[in-house]
Ligand binder design. Structure first.
Ligand code: HEM
Length: 154
C-alpha cells in the first residue's frame, strides 16, 4: 500500500469524523433544547458528551498526526503559509471546543432529574452555541486551505 495514499485516506476520513460529529451533535442539541423536553435535553447532552469522547477526541488527534505525516511524505516545508494559517485556525477550533466539553457536562448534570431547564443550563447552552460558530467557521476555512494550498505571503 502506498503510504501517501494511506496517510491521505486517514487524514480525510478523520476530518469527516471531526467535522461531521461537530455538526451532527450541535444539530441534535439545538433540536433537543428547542423541544423544551427536559428528559430529551438530558439524554441528548449525555449522548453528545459520549460522542465527543468516542469520535471527536480520537479524530482531533489523528488529524494533526496524519497532517504532519503528509507534510513529511510530500516534502512540504512546515512553514508553508497555508499550513501556518491552518495550524492557527485549528488552534482556534480547539480553544472553542475545550470549554464546550465542560459546558456539555454541565448541561448534562444540571438537567438530570430537573423538572424544567435550569437557568444555569440555559446560560451554558447559549455560550456553547456561541463557541460552536467560530469552531465551525475555522474548520470550513481549514478545508478550503487544505484543498487550495494557496501561497498567502512570501
Ligand atoms: C492540524 C493540522 C493539519 C495538518 C498539518 C494538515 C496537513 C495536510 C497536508 C500536508 C495535506 C496535503 C496532502 C497532499 O499534498 O496530498 C492535507 C490535505 C488535506 N487536509 Fe489537512 N492538515 C491538518 C488539518 C486538517 C483539518 C483540520 C482538516 C479538515 C477538518 C483537513 C482536511 C484536509 C483535506 C480534506 C485534505 C485533502 C485535500 C487535497 O490534498 O486535495 N486537514 N492536510
Amino acid at each position: 500500500m502506498d503510504p501517501y495514499l494511506s496517510a491521505k485516506w486517514l487524514h480525510i476520513l478523520s476530518s469527516t469524523v471531526l467535522f461531521g460529529t461537530g455538526i451532527g451533535t450541535a444539530f441534535q442539541m439545538v433540536f433537543a433544547v428547542h423541544s423544551g423536553n427536559i428528559q430529551a435535553i438530558h439524554s441528548t447532552a449525555k449522548g453528545v458528551v459520549l460522542a465527543d469522547w468516542l469520535f471527536t477526541t480520537p479524530a482531533g488527534i489523528v488529524q494533526p498526526a496524519t497532517g504532519l505525516w503528509l507534510i513529511w511524505l510530500q516534502g512540504y516545508a512546515l512553514t508553508e503559509s497555508w499550513l501556518l494559517l491552518s495550524y492557527g485556525l485549528y488552534i482556534v477550533a480547539f480553544c472553542c471546543w475545550a470549554p464546550v466539553v465542560h459546558l456539555q457536562l454541565k448541561i448534562r448534570n444540571l438537567t438530570k432529574d430537573a423538572p424544567s431547564m435550569p437557568p444555569e443550563a440555559e446560560k451554558a447552552f447559549k455560550i456553547w452555541m456561541m463557541l460552536g460558530w467560530p469552531a465551525f467557521a475555522a474548520l470550513v476555512m481549514v478545508f478550503w486551505l487544505m484543498v487550495h494550498k494557496p501561497t498567502l505571503w512570501g
